[in-house]
Design a protein around this ligand. Structure first.
Ligand SMILES: *[C@@H]1O[C@H](CO)[C@@H](O)[C@H](O)[C@H]1NC(C)=O
Ligand SMILES: *[C@@H]1O[C@H](CO)[C@@H](O)[C@H](O)[C@H]1NC(C)=O
Ligand SMILES: *[C@@H]1O[C@H](CO)[C@@H](O)[C@H](O)[C@H]1NC(C)=O
Ligand SMILES: *[C@@H]1O[C@H](CO)[C@@H](O)[C@H](O)[C@H]1NC(C)=O
Ligand SMILES: *[C@@H]1O[C@H](CO)[C@@H](O)[C@H](O)[C@H]1NC(C)=O
Ligand SMILES: *[C@@H]1O[C@H](CO)[C@@H](O)[C@H](O)[C@H]1NC(C)=O
Ligand SMILES: *[C@@H]1O[C@H](CO)[C@@H](O)[C@H](O)[C@H]1NC(C)=O
Ligand SMILES: *[C@@H]1O[C@H](CO)[C@@H](O)[C@H](O)[C@H]1NC(C)=O
Ligand SMILES: *[C@@H]1O[C@H](CO)[C@@H](O)[C@H](O)[C@H]1NC(C)=O
Length: 416
């Protein structure tokens, strides 16, 4: 099928008013300190859906305009050592590399066709990733290019967004270059990017504070008074690799570890003891976060419109099957999340697709694809007192948080 290039123009900043006057240092503080009346929300890859490509400037902008405080975002390393903001190891699903190179475009529903790896391509220069357009969740090619991490930080600076980022490194080798690339960048308020870009690193990479603190870039931060915000990610997948509880306890003694991501799959499953430890007051990490997994083609994708060719794949009539959701896989057809859970759950179900369950576990911050909806719901439950994160002397902007959004959405999808 012929890709359609949708014109896309950033609206002037004055046209919208729902952005909150957050202080990024207070947002970091909200990661450290639990509050009964606040669940911190991180928009997963920005606020995507409805024609906004994931990990795009637009998705960041929308998250900020919806009054959100945090964006979780993905970073890869390219062959020339740059930092493209891409989630998958391949470029097929989220860019137009197929069309640009004259190859059959990758189809995430079948896992077939052209899906070259980010690490095999340069970011800059001829054929570079920077020349690729982003695709939205329905497969339409947008008039927006793949950004790099420093370009994203500049965009945050220039548009005056008050958000923190959770950097999800898809490649361990991207971590150090990210630090150097961010070292002299700030947000508009002048706060160094390395203090509000949270280094959310797989715990298996640096299992102890000694290993982490020996890194040259961490030493550089210490020597220059840069207050790093570190979050180790603990996952049942590492169960056999090392003692995760011991690791958590050690990191808890450091002042740069602001929280822990604890990817529990079911109550009583592996790493339950880590989550308990953050709640029982025995260690100084007192908060934990996780990922809400609603699936990759869930609502608002429930209509059957997709620009990807579904010739060899039938979209399921019910997107939630056996209480589980479908997720994309690199070079394979989508599968139900539960089919991936293995022995990480006590009963074969991955409970992370149930937001109520996540709240019952008393998670303090949540990465979610539907942050806008969760903001509304949590507010009605008294769990979105964002005052904790508002800059001194400023007030919470009330009301029409999503109005601009809806107008924009209606216009974007016109004539589809
Ligand atoms: C997408 O559209 C749906 C339905 O029109 C709306 O409820 C939802 O809030 C929108 N989400 C985003 C992120 O724009
Ligand atoms: C990346 O750039 C370098 C330097 O310009 C060049 O030698 C190399 O061939 C490029 N690699 C790819 C995959 O284009
Ligand atoms: C941690 O403590 C060191 C030494 O007291 C200090 O220099 C640094 O700024 C602190 N870092 C954070 C993130 O508070
Ligand atoms: C509290 O944590 C320490 C290590 O930080 C550990 O040795 C001790 O067993 C823990 N106590 C309880 C009751 O979990
Ligand atoms: C779904 O597709 C059918 C035909 O393929 C079409 O008639 C119907 O209007 C579509 N529904 C939506 C909600 O787009
Ligand atoms: C569907 O399968 C047929 C036969 O294997 C193949 O020729 C065709 O390219 C496939 N279409 C897609 C969209 O994958
Ligand atoms: C849902 O569960 C039933 C019973 O275990 C099983 O037969 C069926 O294949 C499952 N559906 C999917 C899509 O996995
Ligand atoms: C869980 O499964 C993995 C591989 O499937 C295996 O390596 C590991 O030992 C299992 N863990 C437990 C606690 O059974
Ligand atoms: C919200 O939090 C602030 C502290 O930042 C507190 O002073 C205020 O009372 C809280 N609001 C409500 C409605 O509880």
């Amino acid at each position: 099928m012929v890709p359609i290039l949708f014109a896309f123009v950033i609206l002037p900043v004055c046209a919208i008013a729902a952005r909150q006057p957050f202080d990024v240092r207070k947002i970091i503080q909200a990661f450290r300190e639990p509050h009964d009346d606040l669940t911190v929300l991180c928009a997963h890859r920005g606020l995507k859906w409805n024609g906004t490509a994931e990990n795009s400037r637009d998705a960041y902008f929308r998250a900020s305009e919806a009054g959100l405080e945090c964006i979780e975002t993905d970073i890869h390393l390219s062959a020339d050592g740059q930092l493209p903001m891409i989630h998958d190891s391949g470029l097929g699903r989220t860019t137009d590399i197929g069309e640009q190179t004259g190859q059959a475009a990758y189809n995430p529903f079948t896992g077939q066709d052209y899906n070259p790896k980010v690490i095999d391509l340069n970011f800059t220069g001829p054929g570079g990733v920077e020349h690729l357009h982003l695709r939205d969740e329905q497969g339409r090619v947008r008039d927006e290019y793949v950004p790099s991490l420093p370009q994203m930080i500049e965009s945050i600076h220039d548009s005056g967004m008050n958000v923190v980022l959770e950097l999800d490194f898809k490649d361990q080798d991207a971590v150090e270059p990210a630090y150097w690339a961010l070292k002299h960048l700030t947000n508009r308020a002048g706060v160094p990017a390395n203090e509000w870009c949270i280094y959310k690193l797989q715990s298996v990479w640096y299992q102890t504070p000694e290993e982490f603190e020996a890194l040259p870039w961490v030493q550089d931060a210490f020597n220059n008074g840069i207050q790093l915000a570190f979050v180790p990610v603990y996952d049942p997948a590492y169960e056999d690799d090392f003692d995760q509880l011991e690791s958590l306890r050690k990191f808890a003694e450091t002042n740069y570890t602001i929280s822990a991501e604890i990817e529990l799959r079911s109550v009583g499953g592996p790493i339950q003891n880590l989550l308990d430890e953050t709640k029982n007051g025995n260690i100084s990490i007192r908060t934990a976060g996780t990922f809400f997994a609603p699936g990759d083609f869930t609502y608002p994708n429930t209509d059957n419109v997709t620009f990807f060719d579904t010739a060899n794949y039938s979209l399921p009539r019910d997107l939630r099957v056996n209480n589980s959701n479908f997720v994309f896989q690199d070079n394979k057809a989508p599968v139900l999340l539960d089919s991936l859970v293995g022995n990480a759950s006590t009963d074969g179900h991955d409970y992370r697709s149930d937001f109520g369950w996540i709240l019952e576990q008393k998670y303090n911050w949540i990465i979610t694809d539907t942050a806008d909806e969760w903001h509304v719901r949590l507010r009605s439950e008294g769990k979105r007192n964002v005052s904790w994160m508002i800059a001194d002397g400023q007030d919470v902007v009330d009301g029409a948080a999503l109005g601009w959004y809806r107008r924009r959405h209606a216009r974007d999808l016109k004539g589809r």
